[in-house]
Design a protein around this ligand. Structure first.
Ligand code: DGJ
Length: 727
């Protein structure tokens, strides 16, 4: 159970796995005392001495703040490191001197105003009130530690209690001062069709980290950062993971400082950001999650997975069936009409899938990507019977109907743009920069939010759709809002994200049974902020199974399999031209919320038959695959293969998948050590009938059959393990 202990000037937040402690020093400075594996008791003197600080004799004089581990530091009053908070006072100065006013242990974790955050059940929560006497700025630091995972969340709320406006120039969500720098830094970076590759390197003196200023959490990086001890592996060793529950511009940085310590910071990117706080106004930062693992990177991932699954993802969809779907994009792109879609839908139903999704190209006069975003009226040239009838005809086949929209965008060639040119992000007098021939709607505006809500709600009502793919396909530029005065222009990007959350919050509340799948040129906004609203996200536009091994491997560092939209696509693959056996395409797509991205009519009879069997297997293993404990076994970033497995909560069932990239002749069979099983139990490999001890599978490994000489590249094997009681 999570608990918060308070003795004098020390607060200790902990659960079975994690301890996090704060300390008030003389003068009211709030110091950070400890974050790591659970401690039974704390010695503040020793913990502070790790940083070279004498807790009892502390004063801020002689620049003592420069060494002090602090909860929410600011630059400019003796601490020479980067701070978490910068606020411009009416006199033009920017330093903030926060002193503790009081601390509260809360009965319940409060929701965050306008922002997604972990929910309030099953946790212990505390709030610390701090004040800067010079400006009247008050800061509330909010914390919660959960009962069921090694995770703590925190955020800050700034309130201007002074008499003059203040300008928040930086307000990060998390600061963590560690007493050493003997860590590797792990981040996820990539690009379109190559999202979330794992990057691990030793911390070096100075700054390192990841950030984005593209308007979305982005294809290029992920609001996540971890420190792993040099010796920590996938399965063992100490790891600290941090993730931000936010979908826009963020920054995550580690500063290895000259004394040998490390400062970690994470929050809203302050690039091109400022927020004006009039007297009485408040500003809330996104929530950051901190995860502690003593079981390596895998332990960190499972703690994140539990945190998101039990406390963040929409409750309606947790543990719920995710329908096997077929999406029309790679089957037809923009080239379809009603007959073609219905023929594909019929083949989808025939194969046993549950949902047919009509992707881009159904509205306005959108025959390619140059036009019509914003004009969400059905293109009657292509769909003469209309959207309602199409939905009905698909449902008459016994399957659900799903639809694609890109509601945040507008094409210059659209009635919407012609009617409301000021509704897009723009800087008056400057030429608007299009990307994918489109402009970004200014979602910070309430009238735009209303338009987007209505467009999506009307489409859902008219089509009767059971599923909506919410796409977003460009970075921000010309970042300015016609709705804001000059001194609030730097609020535009964050207001956009708040507007996005407001619309998604309304829509998901009003259409609770519609399955929303996020998408952003693939996985360009794959973050914990979005997962408060949408239970799954299209993982990548790259459907090549070998590329997907990397992308899905990296993604699972932070997010559970259920969140990843993964589809079997046609060969040659449309992104890489590779021809990968269908069995391997299937095995890899089973790594997430499963579906197809092809025209089933173009499959051979044999492949169509295989598809039927695949769907039966996908359904039968869905609970295990999507919601079981997830273990990565082989990294595609380290060798010629990838392997992973999911284990049921009772450890009586597991699904193991192995993919070898390149065929290599004349080598021993792959031998993979399994994890997460019951060491004392016997397991039968259903596909081979072989029986092993759980300990044997975890210490010796499971030896996979030797691929025959002709098996070629991208060979895979999948095994179902069933626990058996001793005879
Ligand atoms: C980008 C998405 O990632 C694709 O899956 C597809 O929906 C296209 N947009 C449609 O324009």
């Amino acid at each position: 159970m999570a608990e918060i202990l308070n003795e004098g000037n020390i607060w200790h937040l902990r659960n079975e796995w994690i301890s996090y402690a704060l300390m008030e020093l003389p003068g009211g400075v709030l110091a950070h005392l400890y974050a790591g594996p659970r401690l039974q008791r704390l010695n503040p003197v020793g913990l502070m001495r790790r940083h070279g600080v004498d807790a009892e004799a502390f004063t801020v004089q002689e620049c003592a703040l420069d060494r002090l581990p602090q909860e929410y530091p600011s630059f400019g009053l003796g601490d020479m490191r980067e701070g978490a908070l910068t606020v411009e006072a009416p006199d033009g100065s920017c330093a903030v001197d926060l002193r503790l006013v009081c601390a509260e242990i809360l009965d319940a974790k409060p929701a965050l105003e306008g922002l997604p955050a972990t929910r309030g059940e099953g946790c212990a929560a505390a709030r610390f009130h701090l004040r800067d006497a010079h400006t009247g700025l008050e800061v509330e630091l909010n914390y919660a530690v959960y009962d069921d995972c090694a995770a703590l969340v925190r955020s800050a709320r700034l309130v201007n209690r002074g008499e003059a406006p203040l300008v928040v120039e930086r307000a990060y969500s998390l600061c963590l001062d560690l007493p050493d720098a003997d860590w590797d830094l792990i981040t996820l970076s990539g690009s379109w069709a190559r999202e979330r590759a794992v990057h691990r390197r030793p911390l070096v003196a100075g700054f390192q980290g990841v950030s984005t200023q593209r308007g979305a959490s982005s294809l290029q990086t992920s609001p996540f950062m971890a420190l792993a001890r040099h010796e920590a592996t996938e399965a063992s060793g100490d790891v600290l993971g941090m993730a931000l529950i936010y979908s826009g511009n963020f920054i995550a940085r580690a500063e290895a400082v000259c004394t040998g310590g490390t400062r970690l910071l994470m929050g809203l990117n302050d690039r091109d950001f400022a927020w004006r706080l009039e007297p009485g106004e408040a500003f809330t930062t996104p929530e950051a999650a901190l995860v502690v693992s003593t079981a390596g990177v895998g332990g960190m991932s499972r703690a994140f997975h539990t945190l998101w699954e039990n406390h963040l993802l929409p409750k309606r969809w947790m543990g719920a069936e995710r329908p096997v779907l077929l999406n029309s994009w790679e089957a037809a792109y923009f080239d379809f009409d009603e007959d073609k879609l219905l023929a594909i839908a019929e083949a989808t139903a025939d194969a046993g899938a549950k949902l047919f999704v009509m992707d881009d190209g159904w509205f306005g006069h959108r025959d390619d990507d140059t036009t019509s975003l914003g004009d969400w009226q059905t293109d009657l040239r292509k769909l003469p019977s209309g959207l309602k009838a199409l939905g009905e005809r698909v449902r008459a086949l016994g399957i659900g109907f799903g639809i694609w929209m890109e509601p945040e965008m507008v094409s210059p060639d659209s009635d919407l743009y012609r009617a409301h040119p000021d509704w897009c992000l723009h800087i008056p007098g400057r030429e608007g920069i299009t990307a994918r021939h489109q402009l970004v709607l200014d979602l910070g505006r309430e009238d735009v939010q209303e338009f987007v809500y209505t467009a999506v709600a009307d489409t859902l009502k008219e089509s009767g759709a059971a599923y909506l793919k919410w796409d977003m396909n460009r970075n921000f530029s010309n970042i300015g809002s016609a709705a804001l005065p000059a001194n609030r222009q730097k609020e535009t990007a964050h207001r956009y994200i708040l507007g996005l959350y407001a619309v998604l919050g309304r829509l998901t509340a009003d259409f609770p049974d519609v399955l929303f799948e996020g998408c952003s040129s693939g996985g360009g906004r794959f973050d914990a902020g979005m997962f408060y609203y949408v239970p799954q996200f299209w993982c990548s536009d790259d459907t090549d199974a070998l590329m997907r091994c990397e992308i899905q491997y990296g993604t699972t560092l932070v997010f559970p399999p259920s969140t990843m939209g993964c589809h079997v696509s046609a060969v040659p693959n449309h992104q890489t031209s590779r021809v990968i056996p269908m069995a391997t395409r299937f095995a890899v797509a089973l790594g997430g919320s499963f579906g197809y991205e092809l025209d089933p009519r173009r499959l051979t009879d044999e492949e169509r038959e295989a598809m039927r069997g695949q769907i039966v297997f996908a359904n039968a293993t869905q609970q295990l695959r999507l919601y079981g404990a997830f273990y990565r076994l082989r990294s595609p970033f380290e060798g010629n293969d990838t392997a992973w497995m999911s284990v049921s909560p009772e450890r009586d069932e597991a699904l193991f998948t192995y993919v070898r990239n390149r065929a290599v002749p004349n080598v021993l069979p792959p031998l993979v050590k399994l994890r997460g099983l019951d060491a004392l139990r016997r397991y039968r490999v259903v596909e081979t009938g072989e029986v092993y001890g759980g300990d044997e599978l975890m210490t010796v490994g499971l030896s996979c059959p030797v691929p025959s000489l002709g098996s070629g590249d991208a060979w895979s094997v999948m095994y179902t393990l069933k626990g058996e009681d001793e005879a």
